[in-house]
Ligand binder design. Sequence first.
Ligand SMILES: C[S@@+](CC[C@H](N)C(=O)[O-])C[C@H]1O[C@@H](n2cnc3c(N)ncnc32)[C@H](O)[C@@H]1O
Length: 270
Amino acid sequence: MYSPGDESALAHILDLDAEVLASQLAEVIDWVGQHAEGTPLTIADVGAGTGTGSFALARRFPTATIVALDISPAMLDHLQTAALRQGLTERMRTVQGDLDAAWPAVGPLDLAWASSSLHHFAEVDRVLRDIFAALTPGGLFVAVEMDSFPRVLPHDLGFGRPGLEDRIQDAIAHAGWNSSPNWSPHLSAAGFGLLEERSFAAELNPAPESTGRYAHAFLTRIRAGLTHQLAADDLAALDRLLLVDGPDSVLRRDDLSVRGSRTAWAARRP
Ligand SMILES: C[S@@+](CC[C@H](N)C(=O)[O-])C[C@H]1O[C@@H](n2cnc3c(N)ncnc32)[C@H](O)[C@@H]1O
């Protein structure tokens, strides 16, 4: 569900996710290239956020124009600034709108990409039908979802009860913050032919350099919602990890690693 007001923290996390999990994204984009027929010229990034997918697709398909769709003007501003920095403004168009309300006048599309966005839509089956209609026959649609939030902490932090991250993940699952539905039946119902559903796992040890900042950003965001879900000792341990200047801060630990998987669906409009 879209909630204006917390976009700058979310934008920061999305950019760090792109940085930390760049190798996983590269694998997914490579797989998209294997499923794309010919050279896609017009690509939509549905729920583009800060443009992680837009930029990766622009690099993979250097003659394509990317249309980044998002409800959030702040996300699209952020994306445009990045496009300017990367010299990609000519090939990057942003369209602001609530896709639950209406599909904008974009298309025909050769490829549509929706990463970590489908689960936000209240009218997902209608959005899928709109994407189907906007694609050219033979056009490719790729949906990607995180299976769960990436794990970064060691089992034993050296303080508190071991297994804090397991309990954080359980609380997140219980709160339903990262529901990860199976899109296959929805894609078929919208008229798509499913090409492949594939899991992409990342296991990064040693962790990429920005992992501490990534962990700090997303644990800070999660901490705010877990006050009543975690026991007092776990909240205290989490606060110790989040204390910017503290000796145990995630920003200075050298025992972080990244474990996370995403599922991707590739489907074609017949
Ligand atoms: C978790 S972010 C994913 C961003 C990006 N695709 C990525 O993988 O980094 C979800 C995005 O969907 C957008 N979104 C949520 N509801 C939307 C709606 N009804 N219409 C258009 N965009 C929406 C949000 O503004 C946000 O940028």
